[in-house]
Design a protein around this ligand. Structure first.
Ligand code: FAD
Length: 303
């Protein structure tokens, strides 16, 4: 049996072949994953990791695909989605959530329970696993601020628990995190009254709706914030608001976002990213660093 057939036999309907990644990324574009599976239990993970190792197959982990751009030719090997891992448990000031739980669902639960510490993360459209991996954040709050520990496995399937104190993390960066698959995360919050938290959450959700082009597919801010500045300010000041390549455009509403406004191909988006980077460098001498993650192949278009 080849590895695809073995996965099909094990995962049944939770194994898809040649699955378009446009269905699983918020950019709504990208070629197929050779195999797309939904592991749920430790046994599922052991099986898929062992198989990938023995057949020497590349393996990717995806949460909600809200920070990933996949190339037109897609992804060789296996993509594992955490979407079926969505357990959520609250105990006093602690909330523990499995990797595929929506971060926003946890934020909502925390706010409504009068638990402070993650209300400003409201509206980030990622999973708990993706939020820990990226140290996602907004409005001066980051995932690691309230993280207590996370449970993971390494690529051999060995379980490990990391306390926040053991990790080196910074703005949208967690050192060494790529060596692990995050299974769940536990957050320690502070008990307070719920009304101001719910108000903060609602204000933030409203701001996002007002300031971000949520009516179009995108993957949020394309670039990391450069030191002492904002990528969107630099892009705007370079006159790039509204610049387009094919079906991709620098959002007129928020210049830090690239939107898929009309059936953009991954190459449209990547070419636009490269153009923005180059023009900002020419005008401001600032090298914008990509926040979004590229999977698969792209032609380098440095013009
Ligand atoms: C409209 C919009 C607004 C956004 N606003 C913000 C914002 O305010 N702040 C912010 O920080 N981000 C923002 N983002 C970006 C994105 O939502 C975050 O980066 C989010 O944390 C990504 O989570 P995800 O589950 O979608 O991860 P994915 O995009 O699926 O994956 C991102 C990376 O994490 C890895 N990963 C995911 N899950 C796991 C796991 N369980 N184990 C190991 N690795 C894993 C993937 O392999 C990949 O490398 C926004 C995106 C959109 C579309």
């Amino acid at each position: 049996m080849d590895y695809k057939q073995e996965l099909k036999t094990f995962f049944g309907e939770n194994c898809l072949w040649e699955e378009p990644m446009s269905r699983h990324t918020t950019y709504r574009t990208g070629g197929p994953a050779e195999v797309y599976v939904y592991p749920k239990t430790r046994e599922d993970w052991s099986f898929v990791l062992k198989l990938a190792r023995s057949f020497n197959i590349p393996l990717h982990i995806i949460g909600f695909g809200s920070n990933i751009l996949v190339g037109r030719r897609g992804i060789d090997g296996i993509v594992c989605s955490t979407k079926h891992m969505n357990g959520l448990h609250m105990d006093g000031e602690h909330i523990k959530a499995e990797a595929g739980t929506a971060l926003d669902k946890v934020c909502e639960m925390a706010c409504q329970s009068g638990l402070a510490g993650m209300e400003k993360l409201s509206g980030i459209p990622g999973s708990i696993g993706g939020a820990v991996y990226m140290n996602a954040g907004a409005f001066g709050q980051e995932t690691f601020d309230c993280l207590e520990y996370f449970d993971a496995i390494d690529w051999e399937g060995r379980p490990v628990t990391f306390l926040k104190e053991e990790m080196k993390y910074a703005y949208r960066h967690v050192e060494g995190i790529e060596n692990y698959i995050i299974l769940s995360a536990s957050f320690k919050l502070q008990k307070t009254s719920f009304a101001p938290l719910v108000e903060t959450r609602n204000t933030i959700l409203h701001k996002r709706l007002e300031k971000q082009p949520l009516e179009y597919p995108s993957a949020g801010s394309v670039f990391k914030r450069p030191a002492n500045d904002y990528a969107s300010r630099l892009i705007d000041d370079t006159g790039l608001r509204g610049l387009s390549v094919g079906g991709a455009k620098v959002s007129e509403k928020h210049a830090g976002f690239i939107i898929n406004f009309n059936h953009a191909t991954p190459e449209d988006i990547k070419t636009l990213i490269d153009q923005v980077r180059q023009k900002v460098k020419e005008k401001h001498g600032v090298e914008l660093e990509l926040e979004q993650i590229l999977w698969g192949e792209f032609n380098d278009s440095n013009h």
